[in-house]
Design a protein around this ligand. Structure first.
Ligand code: ASP
Length: 338
């Protein structure tokens, strides 16, 4: 009888232990629920002041339209990469932003674009640089990624590839923009040999998380105002301007590209999360508000982690930015607080 009691006691303890262990394991696993989908976009960082920014309403409208285009894709079950592309196309076609139609002029008075894309699921990526005749450079980056043989194509070879892929090829005159041209002439006429304008706000980018939990990122730009012929910035460089990894986060950057390349900004944020166990917020703050800022590198990033958390730090006076989460109202902001 004593034996029987002993066995029963041991048995009850075991059951109790197993149940409590299960409950603890479950509560440790139960993270805050991830939104069905999330989309974050930017339209560049730079010097902008509330009340002094001309066309503020138009910028907000442009961001809103891009957000809607991307959200339509995500809402209907589309992929993060397609949402990123859909949002960026709208911004590339909007002459206000420094990408596609609104690209800035280089030293030679030409518009030359850079763009890149990355999928977080399998690390697939595509990028184009120094292209001057592709209406939507982000589609060329997508074509490079989809074909899969190469990751990064530049110049005439990239244009020939885009043409073969059936993309719209246009004359330089398609990108003509009087305001940008006036800026170009002003710099050309007044520039001292050692002066380089660095404020080129208007680069565009997007990061998304879809219903399947996949992350994607993309960035598109005309680069820095009055850049040298042949100069590539961070925007088409995978790891610098664009990064996506389902294990950590998706990032699109904007700012003084040379510093963003030297700091591998986008992939560094992901690496800090993976190897230092930092949160998205901590990683982005360290990179943008400490590392870059201390070097005098102006700019910002938008980023989204695998759980749908968003961060959008910038060390300039403003950054065009917007986001939407499934079932919530979109948020659009330009300056520090609004
Ligand atoms: N990062 C871009 C470049 O360096 C410019 C920008 O984002 O404003 O080409």
């Amino acid at each position: 009888m004593n034996n029987f009691r002993f066995i029963l006691t041991i048995f009850s303890f075991s059951i109790f232990f197993m149940l409590s262990h299960e409950i603890i394991a479950q509560s440790a696993d139960s993270k805050p629920s991830r939104p069905d989908y999330v989309l974050v976009i930017h339209g560049g960082a730079g010097t902008m002041q509330s009340g002094l920014l001309t066309d503020e309403a138009l910028y907000r409208e442009g961001l809103s339209k891009a957000l809607q285009a991307g959200e339509t894709v995500l809402n209907s079950g589309g992929s993060a990469i397609d949402a990123v592309v859909a949002a960026i196309i709208i911004l590339e076609d909007d002459p206000l932003f420094n990408a596609g139609k609104g690209g800035v002029y280089n030293e030679a008075g030409e518009v030359a674009h850079d763009a890149s894309l990355m999928e977080g699921k399998d690390g697939k990526a595509g990028a184009v640089g120094m292209v001057r005749h592709i209406r939507n450079p982000i589609l060329a980056a997508k074509a490079v990624m989809d074909e899969g043989r190469h990751v990064f194509m530049v110049g005439e070879g990239a244009e020939a590839f885009a043409k073969k892929a059936g993309l719209k090829i246009v004359e330089q005159s398609y990108f003509f923009n009087q305001d940008r041209w006036d800026d170009y002439e002003k710099t050309r006429n007044s520039r001292l040999e050692d002066e380089f304008p660095v404020d080129s706000k208007g680069t565009v980018g997007a990061v998304a998380l879809d219903r399947d939990g996949n992350l994607a990122a993309g960035t598109s730009t005309g680069g820095m105002h009055f850049k040298r012929i042949g100069r590539l910035g961070d925007s088409p460089v995978i790891g610098a301007g664009t990064w996506a990894d389902n294990q950590s986060c998706a990032v699109s950057a904007t700012g003084h590209g040379e510093y963003f390349i030297r700091n591998a900004v986008a992939s560094d944020i992901s690496a800090r999360m993976k190897y230092l166990n930092e949160t998205l917020e901590q990683a982005a703050q360290t990179v943008v508000m400490e590392k870059l800022k201390n070097m005098g590198a102006g700019g910002g990033i938008i980023a989204l982690d695998k759980n749908g958390n968003i961060t959008m730090p910038f060390n300039t006076s403003g950054m065009f930015r917007a986001y939407v989460k499934a079932g919530e109202n979109p948020v659009i902001a330009i300056f520090k607080d609004k």
